[in-house]
Design a protein around this ligand. Sequence first.
Ligand SMILES: Cc1ncc(COP(=O)(O)O)c(C=O)c1O
Length: 485
Amino acid sequence: MSPVSASSESFLYEQVEGLVKGMIDDGVLKTGERVPSIRAMSRKARVSMATVMQAYLALENKGYVESRPKSGFYVRPRRGPEASVPRKSNPRMLPRRVERQDLIDSILAASHESSIVSLGIANPSPELLPVKGLTRALKQVASRYPLEAMEYCFERGGHAELRKQIALRGADLGCSISPAEVLTTVGTTEALAVALNTVARPGDVIAVESPTYFHILQLIERLGMLALEVRTDPDTGMDLDALAQALDTHPVKAVMSVANFSNPLGSLMPDAAKRELVDLLGKHGIPLIEDDIYGDLYFGERRPRIAKCFDREGLVLTCSSFSKTIAPGYRVGWLLPGKFADAATKWKLSMSGVSAALPQLAIAEFLRTGNYDRHLRRLRKAYRDQVEQMRYAIADAFPDGTRITRPSGGFVLWVQLPKQIDAIALFKKSLAEGVSVTPGVLFSSTARFNNCIRVSCGLPWSERIEAAVASIGRIARALAAGDRH
Ligand SMILES: Cc1ncc(COP(=O)(O)O)c(C=O)c1O
């Protein structure tokens, strides 16, 4: 029987690619060995020679094989798979005041300049966004509801059509959601701000992952709360034993977690651990604010569930948006506030009033027509490939001792450099060469992670990006060797 099948979800060339990748990963094909010829593979897999060629070119792009003129494809020496994953973080679990706003603002401002190859901003590339489909949806709703699109949307929870479409996604998220539970917001950013204001007051202690998404820290800073950083595992996220210990020793008011493909680690908390987390917090009566912005971007077979699925007491507040998947500029987000619905709605209305009707209607239409699911299938593959390519390029270019996360979703990598490298110096020198990365210190309220960087893989792979990674690698190697100039 052919090892590839036309009825599979994947394209034929991807199946051939997977076959060869498997042979390399399992050591059947060793470094320097010749990969079966295109003709031989076409016979073996019962696919056309063009399909095999497409697979081999994809493998070449990803650094698995190299072509040698008139000779064929050979397995490349690679360091990628050997690059270790960073160690667990080990913060001192003390509540701290956060002072990160100015540093974050200055670094982000520099990273946004248009001449820069921006590996520092966790944004999807416009090339990957559904520009045509969404514009079509926008035009359709603008002509179908010309007056509604111009007016305030007076439904307190947000536009009914969008709330319905979000509720229908409950089947993917792993739990049933009613439209009445959904509060639409201005991006995940507003959902997080509403959620935190709803459950905590200035001076309260908020437990967060270490490292955590810097805007969560900014929010805690602005609201005059204290951050308590909890140990994380780069694969599985927040360490629940450490959290339990923190709850026993400090008056934690709420926990904030990006359990599905955290930013910056890309870690995924297994669903069983999410249940444990919800149970643990339930015992203490502490709310969990989960940020699920990356949940739809899984590389595996199934979408991870949201912690909300395990919530019996209404203590989980789920925040998300379509900013990483459809269009960050539409600013369409949502919040499931659980038992805090009334207070959360009041916070939302006092912070920004009702959200704009037209973007909500357009996104709802994009979801209703099934375009979102089709688009997601392509997007997930693109991110998976981009993350993989970036991982290998970093492993090739960076100094020995570099550790890189191995995310199973999302599109950011966390890179731990040799101890002596100061990531702020690396950031400044890279910027001078036209490339931005995000220094690790932004992801903590303390001076931790100053030898780490976050690298975004949101841009499609290109020679420009390859050259950018090579140039950061060169700078990092020089810094590792002690060159400060
Ligand atoms: C974890 C996380 N939450 C929230 C946001 C911001 O979301 P939005 O643009 O929808 O406000 C980001 C963007 O980088 C993020 O990484």
